[in-house]
Write a protein that binds this ligand. Structure first.
Ligand code: GLC
Length: 418
């Protein structure tokens, strides 16, 4: 890895820290917010998993901002523990009509009613680690307990412990081919209708006023997603560690056992040994989705994953130069898939490489002892971001930057640089 590349990324991150910073007092609640928006031109509100990643990036350049970002995200928490995927700080009701289609009817609601992949506990732990502040998590543990409680009560309907998502937006990989079949998309032509189908689902969910229990039962989009559940298992395991460090062993044991249940269910329901990857299941019948996407690899982040599965994921797929480890890895869809589109024009998550999934897989590689591949992935990611700037996603063959500019979470390359 070239030091000059790392310096370039640090400068880019410093720029984003200024251009994406949003501060103010939220009128209805009087809450003082501080966060980085994902991209000033495309995404102006606080987003759940972006914010978690931003906190990690900021821990590298501005520790105070890292903590403020986490506090603002917790500031969006409802009394019942829920945290929405978009928080409209300082926004007016008519400020974001699409976002309102993902919210309940409540007139003054300042956030959507959707979730995003659970990475908040991991962000809190990582920020504490980077800042060398073992006591930092203390203030976050109680809200994190309530957050996990909400997930368990409203989104874990079965005794397999797996989390259900009710919209592709909840996966964070909005238009991934994983969901094509569920969304009724067939063939190339069908893809162009996907954005409309997404909005149609939003509308139907809005009519049900985003009642989670009802939507989980409604079966319109009921997915036990590989990436979401991998991060859920990781989140539960992280909570176990945080509680253990604070001497709360009963709580720690509870989280650890829930994490084990999720891992066991991932192995029983989502793991396909013949294909060596994890496939999301959907509907009441829990049919397996078929496309091989980056989500299918994500259980690698789980420390407790059986070694045989980790090895197959890495050897057959992650390191595979025909599928995911293209010149600028990791492709969001295997290059061998019919749906693979390296530019992903007009749609997202259909081929290009994303820095957040690289960061997560890089952690997974390290956890399972694949240090050489982890180093290669870090080196390629740093080269890609230094070359093309902080963009939303990147062409996996050329490294060309695509999508939104000044995109915050791509600064995770700085964390990968070590
Ligand atoms: C895209 C991504 C989503 C992210 C958002 C803001 O919609 O799919 O995961 O939160 O952009 O960056």
């Amino acid at each position: 890895m070239r030091q000059s590349d790392v310096d370039i990324i640090r400068t880019q991150v410093e720029v984003v820290r200024r251009t994406n910073l949003r501060t103010g007092v939220d009128r209805p609640s009087g809450f003082r917010y501080t966060y980085l928006c994902p991209s000033p031109s495309e995404y102006r509100w606080q987003r759940f998993w972006d914010s978690c990643f931003h906190a990690v990036v900021m821990a590298r350049v501005d520790p105070e901002l890292a903590v403020a970002e986490l506090r603002t995200l917790i500031g969006a928490q409802e009394p019942d523990g829920f945290i929405g995927h978009i928080s409209f700080w300082g926004g007016s009701f008519f400020g974001d009509m699409w976002g309102r289609l993902q919210s309940t009817y409540a007139w003054r609601q300042q956030h959507t009613a959707l979730i995003q992949p659970p990475v908040l506990a991991q962000a809190v732990e990582r920020v504490a680690e980077l800042l060398g502040d073992a006591w930092l998590p203390t203030e976050f543990v109680e809200p994190l307990d309530r957050y996990h409680q909400w997930l368990a009560e409203h989104r874990v309907p079965d005794d397999d412990g797996l989390l259900v998502i009710i919209s592709p937006y909840e996966s964070g990989m909005d238009q991934s081919p994983t969901y094509d079949e569920i969304m009724g998309v067939r063939g190339k032509a069908g893809r162009w209708g996907l954005s409309i189908r997404d909005r149609w689902l939003d509308l139907r969910n809005t009519i049900d006023n985003y009642n989670s229990d009802k939507l989980v039962r409604a079966n319109r989009f009921r997915v036990k997603d590989a990436l979401v559940n991998a991060l859920y298992a990781d989140s539960l395991a992280t909570m176990a560690r945080l509680h253990r460090r604070h001497g709360q062993s009963r709580m720690a044991d509870g989280y650890a056992s829930r994490a084990s249940t999720v891992v066991a269910s991932l192995m029983v329901k989502l793991w396909d040994r013949s294909r060596g990857a994890f496939f999301s299941v959907y509907g009441a019948a829990e049919r397996r989705t078929e496309p091989l996407t980056v989500g299918a690899l994500m259980p690698l982040v789980v420390q407790e994953l059986p070694e045989e599965a980790a090895q197959m994921l890495v050897e057959r797929h992650i390191s595979n130069r025909e599928e995911f480890f293209l010149p600028y890895p990791v492709a969001s869809v295997a290059a061998t898939e019919k749906s693979f589109d390296p530019r992903s024009k007009g749609l997202i998550w259909r081929g290009p490489s994303w820095v957040n999934t690289n960061w997560l897989l890089w952690r997974g590689l390290g956890r399972h002892g694949f240090h050489d591949l982890a180093a290669q992935l870090a080196e390629r990611t740093v080269a890609m971001v230094a070359q093309s700037g902080l963009r939303e996603f990147y062409h996996p063959y050329t490294g060309q930057g695509l999508g939104a500019r000044n995109f915050g979470w791509s600064g995770l390359a700085l964390d990968m640089a070590g």
